[in-house]
Design a protein around this ligand. Structure first.
Ligand code: IMP
Length: 423
């Protein structure tokens, strides 16, 4: 029997924005298929390719490599208007998409009224806003779970009737919420154009395609979106996104069995960031936080919001490694920490005098317990091999590996593809 292929997962394991786009780009040559399994246009994977910057939202990052098939899996949600804008930008930059991008018929559609509902629900939450990206993610996954959603495959038959019924349902909810001051006329026009545009793509049973490809010995890279701490089950609920961002989500979001999963790469930054509301025990409100934000350019790719910054959080990382079965770690943006006298790492949380090493049910009110390590003065971004690393940085890596009991096999020391060191 022919050797079967594997699905390797590449997952953000904290609050997203770890730099998955850059790593997928480096990884793509090793795979035949790159697939997104969760989330939608709330993601913004920045890739600098041939000197041009692209922010991919729904389209997998393998799109820049002509020989690869890219898949938007059933676990994703897709907004036709935003998809059209993203795809047209790539097409006008010369990338052929129509034969290399397959979209699952089972992926759910984000309607314009889902976005209005996103705003309405946020407004109704008052002080407890999630701080969503406003892309309609939560309401779309809610409709999926309520069995009232529309799927990509629905655009192929009697779509106007189905669309009108769901839109009317949303309008009724909005009236009940007394949220009536909105106008989607133009947005809806673009959205409907987007639906027409999507019809020109290959809308397929991607779960069958992927499994057939695996049988033929092909390998798949599952490109994560967001991060484990934003996972609907394992994140800091209710301040989370609405999809399964973990390895379990790879299985459901692509339709592959757990025995098909190979390596699980967990990506994290040498420090922590979070966008939106919710508890963040390592958050720095001082000049150090500002300095990390400034040097690391920590501003949201989708919303442009300031990202909240802090030191690395080992409680969250240990938890995410456990939940995902991470086999290898990838540490990004190590160079951002250049020049700090002292580097801190959160080794535990403390609340009401109780020290916790395991992730508690509720992280609100937790304070970080830190271990201090000496920083380094050298410029990591110019280094091309591990041998050049200053001792203090080696010690930081060693400390993290010991604490996390997982090898860090790839280190990124700058935005360029070349600034990636494989150990
Ligand atoms: P939603 O996914 O738009 O519903 O937003 C829910 C929460 O997840 C908010 O705190 C967002 O800021 C956060 N979030 C969603 N997508 C991303 C992402 O790609 N990177 C970082 N945070 C995200």
């Amino acid at each position: 029997m022919k050797q079967q292929g594997k699905v390797d997962a590449l997952l953000g394991i904290v609050f997203g924005d770890e730099g998955k786009g850059k790593v997928v780009d480096v990884f793509t040559p090793r795979y035949d298929i790159v697939a997104r399994f969760a989330g939608g246009p709330n993601a913004g994977h920045t890739i600098i390719f041939e000197g041009k910057k692209f922010v991919l939202r729904s389209i997998p990052s393998g799109i820049f490599d002509p020989g690869k098939l890219n898949i938007i899996g059933n676990g994703c949600v897709i907004a036709p208007d935003l998809f059209m804008a993203e795809a047209m930008e790539l097409e006008s930059a010369g990338y052929e998409l129509r034969n290399r991008l397959h979209i699952s018929k089972r992926a759910h559609l984000i309607l314009p009224t889902h976005r209005v509902l996103d705003r309405a629900y946020e407004a109704a939450k008052g002080k407890n806003k999630v701080g969503t990206t406003g892309k309609g993610i939560g309401p779309t996954y809610s409709d999926k779970a309520s069995r009232t959603g529309l799927r990509v495959g629905d655009i192929l038959e009697d779509f106007p009737t189905k669309y009108a019924a769901l839109k009317a349902r949303h309008e009724q909810i909005l009236r009940d919420l007394h949220y009536t001051d909105y106008d989607i006329t133009e947005e809806e026009q673009r959205w409907l154009q987007g639906v027409e545009y999507m019809r020109q793509f290959q809308l397929t049973d991607t779960e069958i395609e992927i499994n057939k490809a695996l049988q033929e010995g092909k390998n798949v890279l599952a490109e994560g979106a967001q991060g484990t701490m934003l996972d609907i089950d394992h994140g800091t609920y209710p301040f989370v996104s609405s999809s399964s961002t973990t390895t379990g989500g790879v299985c459901t979001g692509l339709g592959v069995g757990p025995n098909k999963i190979g390596e699980v790469y967990g990506i994290f930054k040498a420090y922590s960031t979070r966008v939106g509301s919710g508890p963040f025990p390592v958050e720095l409100f001082d000049e150090t936080g500002d300095r990390i934000r400034e040097i690391g350019h920590e501003y949201g790719a989708v919303t442009g919001r300031n990202r909240r910054c802090g030191w690395v959080d080992l409680v969250a990382l240990r938890y995410a490694i456990m939940i995902n079965g991470v086999t290898q770690l990838i540490m990004m943006k190590s160079d951002v920490l250049d020049g700090f006298e002292t580097i801190r790492a959160c080794v535990a949380y403390e609340r009401d005098g109780q020290v916790m090493h395991d992730m508690p049910f509720e992280t609100e009110g937790c304070k970080a317990v830190y271990r201090d390590l000496p920083g380094w003065k050298e410029d990591l971004s110019s280094m091309t091999s591990e041998e050049q690393f200053p001792q203090a940085f080696r010690d930081y890596i060693h400390f993290l590996e010991e604490e996390l009991q997982t090898p860090i096999t790839i280190l990124s020391v700058g935005p360029d593809r070349a600034q990636t060191i494989v150990r």
